[in-house]
Design a protein around this ligand. Structure first.
Ligand code: NAD
Ligand code: TYD
Length: 358
Protein backbone atom coordinates (compact mmCIF):
# COMPACT_ATOMS: atom_id res chain seq x y z
CA UNK A 1 0.00 0.00 0.00
CA UNK A 2 0.97 3.64 -0.32
CA UNK A 3 0.61 6.70 1.90
CA UNK A 4 -0.79 9.87 0.36
CA UNK A 5 -0.56 13.09 2.39
CA UNK A 6 -3.03 15.89 1.71
CA UNK A 7 -5.43 13.49 0.00
CA UNK A 8 -8.49 15.53 1.01
CA UNK A 9 -7.27 18.53 -1.00
CA UNK A 10 -7.64 19.31 -4.69
CA UNK A 11 -4.83 17.34 -6.35
CA UNK A 12 -4.53 14.70 -3.62
CA UNK A 13 -8.19 13.69 -3.89
CA UNK A 14 -8.01 13.54 -7.69
CA UNK A 15 -4.89 11.40 -7.27
CA UNK A 16 -6.57 8.96 -4.84
CA UNK A 17 -9.54 8.50 -7.19
CA UNK A 18 -7.20 7.81 -10.10
CA UNK A 19 -4.87 5.60 -8.09
CA UNK A 20 -7.63 3.32 -6.81
CA UNK A 21 -9.19 3.09 -10.27
CA UNK A 22 -6.00 2.47 -12.23
CA UNK A 23 -3.53 0.85 -9.82
CA UNK A 24 -5.73 -1.30 -7.60
CA UNK A 25 -3.46 -0.78 -4.59
CA UNK A 26 -4.55 0.34 -1.10
CA UNK A 27 -4.05 3.91 0.13
CA UNK A 28 -3.74 5.55 3.53
CA UNK A 29 -4.72 9.22 3.27
CA UNK A 30 -3.04 11.37 5.97
CA UNK A 31 -4.69 14.78 6.15
CA UNK A 32 -5.44 17.11 9.08
CA UNK A 33 -8.35 18.75 7.18
CA UNK A 34 -7.51 22.44 7.03
CA UNK A 35 -9.99 24.78 5.34
CA UNK A 36 -8.73 23.29 2.03
CA UNK A 37 -9.24 19.66 3.01
CA UNK A 38 -12.67 18.24 2.34
CA UNK A 39 -13.64 14.60 2.77
CA UNK A 40 -16.55 15.20 0.39
CA UNK A 41 -13.91 15.11 -2.38
CA UNK A 42 -13.56 11.42 -1.66
CA UNK A 43 -17.21 10.38 -1.54
CA UNK A 44 -17.93 7.57 -3.94
CA UNK A 45 -14.75 5.78 -2.97
CA UNK A 46 -15.65 2.34 -1.74
CA UNK A 47 -13.69 1.83 1.44
CA UNK A 48 -13.29 -1.88 0.92
CA UNK A 49 -13.79 -3.94 -2.22
CA UNK A 50 -13.62 -7.72 -1.72
CA UNK A 51 -10.21 -8.79 -3.02
CA UNK A 52 -9.49 -5.20 -4.10
CA UNK A 53 -7.75 -2.14 -2.71
CA UNK A 54 -8.80 -0.51 0.56
CA UNK A 55 -8.94 3.20 1.28
CA UNK A 56 -7.94 4.29 4.81
CA UNK A 57 -8.02 7.77 6.33
CA UNK A 58 -6.16 9.23 9.30
CA UNK A 59 -6.84 12.76 10.48
CA UNK A 60 -3.24 13.59 11.36
CA UNK A 61 -1.08 16.69 11.10
CA UNK A 62 2.13 15.98 9.15
CA UNK A 63 4.02 18.07 11.73
CA UNK A 64 3.26 15.40 14.36
CA UNK A 65 6.20 13.07 13.86
CA UNK A 66 5.27 10.68 16.68
CA UNK A 67 1.87 10.11 15.07
CA UNK A 68 3.54 9.61 11.66
CA UNK A 69 5.89 7.00 13.16
CA UNK A 70 2.88 5.03 14.42
CA UNK A 71 1.16 5.21 11.01
CA UNK A 72 4.28 4.09 9.09
CA UNK A 73 4.77 1.14 11.47
CA UNK A 74 1.13 0.13 11.28
CA UNK A 75 0.54 0.46 7.51
CA UNK A 76 4.02 -0.51 6.20
CA UNK A 77 3.79 1.54 2.97
CA UNK A 78 5.93 0.85 -0.09
CA UNK A 79 5.77 4.53 -1.05
CA UNK A 80 4.74 8.00 0.10
CA UNK A 81 3.22 10.58 -2.23
CA UNK A 82 3.44 13.92 -0.42
CA UNK A 83 0.87 16.56 -1.41
CA UNK A 84 0.00 18.07 2.00
CA UNK A 85 0.80 21.77 2.00
CA UNK A 86 -0.55 25.24 2.40
CA UNK A 87 -0.95 26.08 -1.28
CA UNK A 88 -2.41 29.53 -1.89
CA UNK A 89 0.01 32.39 -2.67
CA UNK A 90 -2.37 35.15 -1.53
CA UNK A 91 -2.87 33.48 1.87
CA UNK A 92 0.92 33.17 2.22
CA UNK A 93 1.23 36.94 1.79
CA UNK A 94 -1.30 37.68 4.53
CA UNK A 95 -0.23 34.85 6.89
CA UNK A 96 3.11 33.18 6.08
CA UNK A 97 3.60 31.34 9.41
CA UNK A 98 1.33 28.41 8.59
CA UNK A 99 3.23 27.94 5.30
CA UNK A 100 6.53 27.57 7.12
CA UNK A 101 4.96 25.23 9.67
CA UNK A 102 3.32 22.80 7.24
CA UNK A 103 5.47 23.10 4.12
CA UNK A 104 8.87 23.20 5.86
CA UNK A 105 8.44 21.64 9.32
CA UNK A 106 5.77 19.21 8.11
CA UNK A 107 7.91 17.98 5.21
CA UNK A 108 10.83 17.67 7.62
CA UNK A 109 8.75 15.53 10.04
CA UNK A 110 7.55 13.34 7.17
CA UNK A 111 11.12 12.87 5.89
CA UNK A 112 12.27 11.92 9.40
CA UNK A 113 9.43 9.42 9.78
CA UNK A 114 10.20 7.89 6.36
CA UNK A 115 13.93 7.69 7.15
CA UNK A 116 13.26 5.95 10.46
CA UNK A 117 10.79 3.53 8.85
CA UNK A 118 13.16 2.74 5.97
CA UNK A 119 16.01 1.92 8.35
CA UNK A 120 13.86 -0.74 10.01
CA UNK A 121 12.73 -2.31 6.70
CA UNK A 122 14.19 -5.56 5.37
CA UNK A 123 16.31 -5.18 2.23
CA UNK A 124 14.01 -6.21 -0.67
CA UNK A 125 11.26 -3.87 0.59
CA UNK A 126 13.75 -1.12 1.45
CA UNK A 127 15.21 -1.06 -2.06
CA UNK A 128 11.74 -0.61 -3.59
CA UNK A 129 10.60 2.15 -1.22
CA UNK A 130 9.98 5.61 -2.75
CA UNK A 131 9.26 9.08 -1.30
CA UNK A 132 7.66 11.30 -3.95
CA UNK A 133 7.50 14.99 -3.10
CA UNK A 134 5.03 17.12 -5.05
CA UNK A 135 6.29 20.65 -5.62
CA UNK A 136 5.69 23.63 -7.86
CA UNK A 137 7.25 25.56 -10.73
CA UNK A 138 6.96 28.68 -8.53
CA UNK A 139 10.25 27.75 -6.80
CA UNK A 140 12.06 28.92 -9.97
CA UNK A 141 10.76 32.49 -9.70
CA UNK A 142 9.53 34.63 -12.56
CA UNK A 143 10.34 34.53 -16.30
CA UNK A 144 10.52 37.37 -18.81
CA UNK A 145 8.40 37.18 -21.96
CA UNK A 146 11.19 35.69 -24.10
CA UNK A 147 13.04 33.61 -21.48
CA UNK A 148 13.30 29.86 -22.03
CA UNK A 149 10.90 27.77 -19.92
CA UNK A 150 11.97 26.35 -16.52
CA UNK A 151 13.91 23.11 -16.77
CA UNK A 152 15.08 20.81 -13.96
CA UNK A 153 18.39 22.70 -13.88
CA UNK A 154 16.90 26.20 -13.58
CA UNK A 155 18.11 27.92 -10.45
CA UNK A 156 15.78 28.44 -7.52
CA UNK A 157 14.54 32.03 -7.05
CA UNK A 158 11.28 31.92 -5.06
CA UNK A 159 9.47 35.24 -4.65
CA UNK A 160 6.50 34.57 -2.34
CA UNK A 161 6.37 33.07 1.14
CA UNK A 162 4.53 30.12 -0.45
CA UNK A 163 7.19 29.45 -3.09
CA UNK A 164 10.00 30.03 -0.57
CA UNK A 165 8.48 27.44 1.77
CA UNK A 166 8.12 24.96 -1.10
CA UNK A 167 11.70 25.65 -2.19
CA UNK A 168 12.87 24.92 1.36
CA UNK A 169 10.96 21.63 1.34
CA UNK A 170 12.50 20.68 -2.04
CA UNK A 171 15.97 21.30 -0.60
CA UNK A 172 15.24 19.14 2.44
CA UNK A 173 14.06 16.30 0.17
CA UNK A 174 17.23 16.63 -1.91
CA UNK A 175 19.37 16.57 1.25
CA UNK A 176 17.67 13.43 2.57
CA UNK A 177 18.53 11.65 -0.70
CA UNK A 178 22.16 12.75 -0.71
CA UNK A 179 22.82 12.48 3.02
CA UNK A 180 20.71 9.54 4.16
CA UNK A 181 20.06 7.69 0.90
CA UNK A 182 16.28 8.14 1.19
CA UNK A 183 14.97 7.12 -2.29
CA UNK A 184 13.29 10.41 -3.17
CA UNK A 185 11.65 11.76 -6.31
CA UNK A 186 10.55 15.39 -6.70
CA UNK A 187 8.07 16.78 -9.21
CA UNK A 188 7.69 20.49 -10.01
CA UNK A 189 4.46 21.20 -11.85
CA UNK A 190 2.64 24.19 -13.26
CA UNK A 191 -0.82 25.55 -12.32
CA UNK A 192 -3.34 22.73 -12.02
CA UNK A 193 -7.05 23.04 -12.76
CA UNK A 194 -9.97 20.62 -12.72
CA UNK A 195 -12.64 19.17 -10.39
CA UNK A 196 -12.47 19.69 -6.60
CA UNK A 197 -10.28 22.81 -6.69
CA UNK A 198 -11.06 25.15 -3.81
CA UNK A 199 -12.79 28.30 -5.13
CA UNK A 200 -10.03 30.67 -3.98
CA UNK A 201 -7.84 29.79 -7.00
CA UNK A 202 -8.36 31.67 -10.26
CA UNK A 203 -10.41 29.21 -12.34
CA UNK A 204 -12.98 27.98 -9.77
CA UNK A 205 -13.17 31.47 -8.24
CA UNK A 206 -14.11 32.97 -11.60
CA UNK A 207 -16.67 30.25 -12.37
CA UNK A 208 -18.45 30.60 -9.04
CA UNK A 209 -18.40 34.40 -9.00
CA UNK A 210 -19.57 34.55 -12.64
CA UNK A 211 -22.60 32.40 -11.85
CA UNK A 212 -23.46 34.61 -8.86
CA UNK A 213 -23.30 37.80 -10.94
CA UNK A 214 -20.28 39.10 -9.00
CA UNK A 215 -17.22 40.89 -10.38
CA UNK A 216 -14.40 38.74 -11.82
CA UNK A 217 -11.23 40.17 -10.18
CA UNK A 218 -8.15 40.37 -12.43
CA UNK A 219 -4.96 41.36 -10.62
CA UNK A 220 -2.91 44.17 -12.22
CA UNK A 221 -3.01 44.31 -16.01
CA UNK A 222 -4.06 40.65 -16.41
CA UNK A 223 -1.05 39.89 -18.59
CA UNK A 224 0.72 37.58 -16.13
CA UNK A 225 1.26 34.21 -17.76
CA UNK A 226 0.76 30.75 -16.25
CA UNK A 227 1.06 27.28 -17.81
CA UNK A 228 -2.14 25.32 -17.14
CA UNK A 229 -2.05 21.59 -16.43
CA UNK A 230 -5.23 19.50 -16.21
CA UNK A 231 -5.22 17.71 -12.85
CA UNK A 232 -5.86 14.28 -14.40
CA UNK A 233 -2.77 14.66 -16.60
CA UNK A 234 -0.79 15.68 -13.51
CA UNK A 235 -1.93 12.59 -11.58
CA UNK A 236 -0.91 10.33 -14.49
CA UNK A 237 2.51 12.01 -14.56
CA UNK A 238 2.99 11.42 -10.83
CA UNK A 239 2.17 7.72 -11.25
CA UNK A 240 4.75 7.49 -14.07
CA UNK A 241 7.42 9.18 -11.94
CA UNK A 242 6.62 6.99 -8.93
CA UNK A 243 6.87 3.76 -10.92
CA UNK A 244 9.65 4.59 -13.38
CA UNK A 245 11.48 7.73 -12.20
CA UNK A 246 15.16 7.60 -11.25
CA UNK A 247 15.68 8.10 -7.51
CA UNK A 248 17.19 11.41 -6.47
CA UNK A 249 15.91 13.07 -9.66
CA UNK A 250 13.47 15.91 -10.17
CA UNK A 251 10.92 16.03 -13.00
CA UNK A 252 9.12 19.11 -14.33
CA UNK A 253 5.49 18.59 -15.32
CA UNK A 254 3.65 21.11 -17.51
CA UNK A 255 0.49 21.31 -19.60
CA UNK A 256 1.99 23.01 -22.70
CA UNK A 257 -0.69 25.69 -22.25
CA UNK A 258 0.75 29.14 -21.57
CA UNK A 259 -2.01 31.72 -21.24
CA UNK A 260 -2.34 35.24 -19.84
CA UNK A 261 -4.81 35.50 -16.97
CA UNK A 262 -7.00 37.69 -19.16
CA UNK A 263 -7.08 34.97 -21.85
CA UNK A 264 -8.02 32.37 -19.23
CA UNK A 265 -10.86 34.49 -17.84
CA UNK A 266 -12.19 35.37 -21.31
CA UNK A 267 -12.16 31.71 -22.29
CA UNK A 268 -13.97 30.78 -19.08
CA UNK A 269 -16.58 33.45 -19.78
CA UNK A 270 -17.06 32.21 -23.36
CA UNK A 271 -17.48 28.61 -22.13
CA UNK A 272 -20.05 29.73 -19.55
CA UNK A 273 -21.87 31.85 -22.19
CA UNK A 274 -22.27 28.64 -24.16
CA UNK A 275 -23.08 26.18 -21.36
CA UNK A 276 -25.11 28.46 -19.01
CA UNK A 277 -26.07 31.63 -20.95
CA UNK A 278 -27.05 34.72 -18.96
CA UNK A 279 -30.50 36.23 -19.42
CA UNK A 280 -28.87 39.39 -20.74
CA UNK A 281 -25.30 40.34 -21.59
CA UNK A 282 -22.15 38.25 -21.39
CA UNK A 283 -20.14 36.98 -18.44
CA UNK A 284 -17.12 38.98 -19.60
CA UNK A 285 -19.10 42.15 -18.71
CA UNK A 286 -18.35 41.21 -15.06
CA UNK A 287 -14.53 41.44 -15.47
CA UNK A 288 -12.98 44.00 -13.08
CA UNK A 289 -9.32 44.96 -12.79
CA UNK A 290 -8.22 45.12 -9.13
CA UNK A 291 -5.00 45.99 -7.33
CA UNK A 292 -2.08 43.71 -8.12
CA UNK A 293 -0.74 40.95 -5.86
CA UNK A 294 2.49 42.11 -4.14
CA UNK A 295 5.52 40.47 -5.77
CA UNK A 296 3.27 38.98 -8.48
CA UNK A 297 5.41 36.70 -10.69
CA UNK A 298 5.05 37.69 -14.33
CA UNK A 299 5.41 34.40 -16.15
CA UNK A 300 5.83 30.68 -15.44
CA UNK A 301 6.53 28.14 -18.18
CA UNK A 302 7.64 24.52 -18.02
CA UNK A 303 10.06 22.64 -20.23
CA UNK A 304 8.70 19.10 -19.81
CA UNK A 305 11.14 17.35 -22.16
CA UNK A 306 12.78 15.27 -19.42
CA UNK A 307 9.62 13.49 -18.27
CA UNK A 308 8.47 13.09 -21.84
CA UNK A 309 11.78 11.65 -23.13
CA UNK A 310 12.63 9.50 -20.08
CA UNK A 311 9.21 8.31 -19.01
CA UNK A 312 7.08 8.77 -22.12
CA UNK A 313 4.52 11.05 -20.40
CA UNK A 314 2.81 13.96 -22.08
CA UNK A 315 -0.46 15.73 -21.30
CA UNK A 316 -3.60 14.44 -22.99
CA UNK A 317 -5.93 17.41 -22.41
CA UNK A 318 -5.76 20.60 -24.44
CA UNK A 319 -6.64 23.75 -22.49
CA UNK A 320 -9.94 23.90 -24.38
CA UNK A 321 -10.96 20.30 -23.55
CA UNK A 322 -9.75 20.52 -19.95
CA UNK A 323 -11.51 23.82 -19.33
CA UNK A 324 -14.77 22.54 -20.78
CA UNK A 325 -14.62 19.47 -18.51
CA UNK A 326 -13.83 21.67 -15.52
CA UNK A 327 -16.61 24.19 -16.13
CA UNK A 328 -19.02 21.28 -16.73
CA UNK A 329 -17.99 19.73 -13.39
CA UNK A 330 -18.54 22.96 -11.46
CA UNK A 331 -21.94 23.47 -13.11
CA UNK A 332 -22.99 19.97 -12.10
CA UNK A 333 -21.54 20.17 -8.59
CA UNK A 334 -22.72 23.49 -7.21
CA UNK A 335 -23.71 21.71 -4.00
CA UNK A 336 -20.01 20.89 -3.47
CA UNK A 337 -19.12 24.56 -3.96
CA UNK A 338 -21.79 25.64 -1.47
CA UNK A 339 -20.48 23.19 1.14
CA UNK A 340 -16.83 24.26 0.93
CA UNK A 341 -17.74 27.95 1.05
CA UNK A 342 -18.47 28.15 4.74
CA UNK A 343 -17.89 31.12 7.05
CA UNK A 344 -14.10 30.93 6.85
CA UNK A 345 -14.24 31.16 3.05
CA UNK A 346 -16.43 34.27 3.19
CA UNK A 347 -14.02 35.87 5.71
CA UNK A 348 -11.12 35.19 3.34
CA UNK A 349 -12.87 36.73 0.34
CA UNK A 350 -13.74 39.85 2.37
CA UNK A 351 -10.15 40.16 3.55
CA UNK A 352 -8.37 39.53 0.24
CA UNK A 353 -10.58 41.70 -1.94
CA UNK A 354 -11.39 44.50 0.53
CA UNK A 355 -11.11 47.94 -0.99
CA UNK A 356 -11.25 46.52 -4.54
CA UNK A 357 -13.93 47.14 -7.09
CA UNK A 358 -15.45 43.79 -6.14
P1 NAD B 1 -4.86 22.08 -1.43
O1 NAD B 1 -4.63 23.34 -0.68
O2 NAD B 1 -6.10 21.94 -2.24
O3 NAD B 1 -4.83 20.83 -0.42
C1 NAD B 1 -3.87 20.69 0.58
C2 NAD B 1 -4.28 19.54 1.48
O4 NAD B 1 -3.27 19.37 2.48
C3 NAD B 1 -5.61 19.78 2.21
O5 NAD B 1 -6.40 18.61 2.18
C4 NAD B 1 -5.16 20.10 3.64
O6 NAD B 1 -6.13 19.73 4.62
C5 NAD B 1 -3.89 19.27 3.75
N1 NAD B 1 -2.97 19.81 4.76
C6 NAD B 1 -2.54 21.09 4.90
N2 NAD B 1 -1.73 21.21 5.96
C7 NAD B 1 -1.62 19.97 6.51
C8 NAD B 1 -0.92 19.45 7.62
N3 NAD B 1 -0.16 20.23 8.40
N4 NAD B 1 -1.03 18.13 7.89
C9 NAD B 1 -1.82 17.32 7.13
N5 NAD B 1 -2.51 17.76 6.06
C10 NAD B 1 -2.42 19.08 5.76
O7 NAD B 1 -3.56 21.88 -2.31
P2 NAD B 1 -3.42 21.33 -3.81
O8 NAD B 1 -3.73 22.41 -4.76
O9 NAD B 1 -4.11 20.03 -3.91
O10 NAD B 1 -1.84 21.11 -3.87
C11 NAD B 1 -1.26 19.85 -3.51
C12 NAD B 1 0.25 19.96 -3.63
O11 NAD B 1 0.61 20.30 -4.96
C13 NAD B 1 0.87 21.03 -2.73
O12 NAD B 1 2.06 20.52 -2.20
C14 NAD B 1 1.13 22.19 -3.68
O13 NAD B 1 2.24 22.95 -3.25
C15 NAD B 1 1.45 21.45 -4.96
N6 NAD B 1 1.14 22.21 -6.18
C16 NAD B 1 -0.15 22.65 -6.42
C17 NAD B 1 -0.41 23.35 -7.60
C18 NAD B 1 -1.80 23.82 -7.93
O14 NAD B 1 -1.99 24.44 -8.98
N7 NAD B 1 -2.81 23.54 -7.12
C19 NAD B 1 0.61 23.63 -8.51
C20 NAD B 1 1.90 23.18 -8.22
C21 NAD B 1 2.14 22.46 -7.07
P1 TYD C 1 -3.75 31.35 -8.53
O1 TYD C 1 -4.89 30.49 -9.01
O2 TYD C 1 -3.85 31.96 -7.16
O3 TYD C 1 -2.41 30.49 -8.70
P2 TYD C 1 -0.86 30.95 -8.55
O4 TYD C 1 -0.77 32.23 -7.84
O5 TYD C 1 -0.30 29.81 -7.78
O6 TYD C 1 -0.32 31.03 -9.96
O7 TYD C 1 -3.56 32.54 -9.55
C1 TYD C 1 -3.32 32.29 -10.93
C2 TYD C 1 -3.09 33.63 -11.58
O8 TYD C 1 -4.31 34.38 -11.54
C3 TYD C 1 -2.05 34.47 -10.87
O9 TYD C 1 -1.27 35.19 -11.85
C4 TYD C 1 -2.85 35.43 -10.03
C5 TYD C 1 -4.12 35.63 -10.86
N1 TYD C 1 -5.34 35.90 -10.08
C6 TYD C 1 -6.15 36.99 -10.42
O10 TYD C 1 -5.86 37.75 -11.37
N2 TYD C 1 -7.29 37.20 -9.69
C7 TYD C 1 -7.64 36.42 -8.62
O11 TYD C 1 -8.67 36.70 -7.96
C8 TYD C 1 -6.81 35.29 -8.30
C9 TYD C 1 -7.15 34.40 -7.14
C10 TYD C 1 -5.67 35.07 -9.06
Amino acid sequence: MIIVTGGAGFIGSNFIHRWLESQGESVLNIDCLTYAGNLENLTGIRTSVPGGPTYYFSRTDICDQAALDVLFAKYQPRAVVHFAAESHVDRSIIGPAEFIRTNVNGTFALLEAAKKYLRALASPEASKFRFLHVSTDEVFGSLGENDPAFSETSSYAPNSPYSASKAASDHLVRAYFHTYGLPTLTTNCSNNYGPYQFPEKLIPLVVSRALEGQSLPIYGDGRNIRDWLYVGDHCDAIIEVLEKGRVGETYNIGGLNERTNLEVVHQLCATLDELRPKQSGKYSDQIAFVKDRPGHDRRYAIDARKISEELGWKPVESFESGLRKTVGWYLENQGWVDHVRDGSYRDWINRNYSGDAA
